[in-house]
Design a protein around this ligand. Structure first.
Ligand SMILES: [Zn+2]
Length: 244
C-alpha cells in the first residue's frame, strides 16, 4: 500500500453498522423467517489495485486475453462519454459488512402489513428509543429497520420513491432477487441510524464524500439507486434492472 493511500483510508478497513434501535422480530415474530443477509460494501476512497474489490479501480484481466476493443472507434480506447474527470468515479475500496434486511411493508402479505400498521402493537416500544430518527413507528420501520441503504449485495429491494413492481425474470418468469445495489449515497437525513460507527462525526473536516455519504462521487440519475436483480433459477438469465 502506498503512503498516499494509507493517508486516505486503511486497507481492509472495518465498518460497523450500529445495532438497530430495537429488535423488530421481537415485536413481529412473523418477520423473522423473512430476514435476508445483505452485504454492505462501504466504498471508501483509496488506491485499489487489480487484486482489490473496488469501484473505479483497475480490473484484473487475463494476460492472454485481449482487452475488448470497439471496431467503430478509431482512436484512443476511451468511452466518448468521458469528457472530463468529473464523469469518473472516485476510486474506492470495498469493506464488506453483513447486516440483516427485512421486506418493504408493501412486499408483506396483507395480514402482516396490517399488524405493522396497527400502532397499538408498537406500544411496547418507548418512542425515546427512536424519536431522533423517525416521527412514528411506520416511518421508523421504513427508513431505519427494513432495508440498509448504500452500496450492497443481496438483501431486499429498496422501494423509494416508487412502489413495488413485478421483477419477473424475462426468461422463465421466476421472481428475480437483489444482486447488487449501486447507490448515490450510503445514508440520508432520514436513515442516519445506518451510518457506520466509524463514520460518526469527529472534530476536523470530513473525508471526501463523507458529508453526504457519497464516497464514490457516483450519482445515479439525481440521487437514486440502480438495483440489479438476478434470477434465482439461473445466473445466465438476463438481469432485471431497477432505477429509482
Ligand atoms: Zn429466470
Amino acid at each position: 500500500m502506498s503512503a498516499a493511500a494509507g493517508s486516505i483510508t486503511a486497507r481492509n478497513a472495518i465498518f460497523t453498522t450500529p445495532t438497530r434501535p430495537f429488535d423488530v422480530t421481537a415485536l413481529f415474530p412473523q418477520l423473522a423467517p423473512l430476514a435476508r443477509t445483505t452485504t454492505r460494501l462501504h466504498p471508501r476512497p483509496g488506491a485499489p489495485t487489480v487484486h482489490d474489490s473496488s469501484v473505479g479501480g483497475p480490473l484484473l484481466w487475463p494476460a492472454d486475453e485481449p482487452w475488448p476493443y470497439c471496431d467503430v472507434l478509431d482512436g484512443p480506447h476511451e468511452p466518448p462519454i468521458v469528457q472530463d474527470g468529473w464523469y469518473l468515479p472516485e476510486p474506492c475500496l470495498f469493506s464488506p459488512e453483513q447486516v440483516t434486511d427485512y421486506p418493504h411493508p408493501m412486499e408483506l402479505d396483507n395480514e402482516l402489513r396490517g399488524r405493522l400498521e396497527d400502532m397499538s402493537r408498537w406500544a411496547a416500544i418507548d418512542p425515546a428509543q427512536y424519536n431522533v430518527c423517525a416521527y412514528d413507528p411506520g416511518e421508523l420501520y421504513l427508513t431505519n429497520l427494513c432495508t440498509a441503504p448504500g452500496w450492497k449485495t443481496g438483501g431486499w429491494t429498496r422501494w423509494s420513491p416508487g412502489d413495488p413492481v413485478d421483477r419477473a425474470c424475462p426468461e422463465c418468469g421466476t421472481e428475480a432477487v437483489p444482486l447488487l445495489t449501486i447507490a448515490s449515497s450510503e445514508w440520508d437525513g432520514g436513515s442516519a441510524t445506518w451510518i457506520a460507527e466509524e463514520d460518526r462525526p469527529t472534530p476536523g473536516p470530513p473525508p471526501l464524500g463523507a458529508r453526504d455519504g457519497d464516497f464514490t462521487l457516483i450519482d445515479i440519475a439525481g440521487g437514486n439507486n440502480l438495483q440489479l436483480h438476478v434470477c434465482p433459477s439461473s445466473p445466465y438469465h438476463p438481469h432485471v434492472e431497477l432505477l429509482q
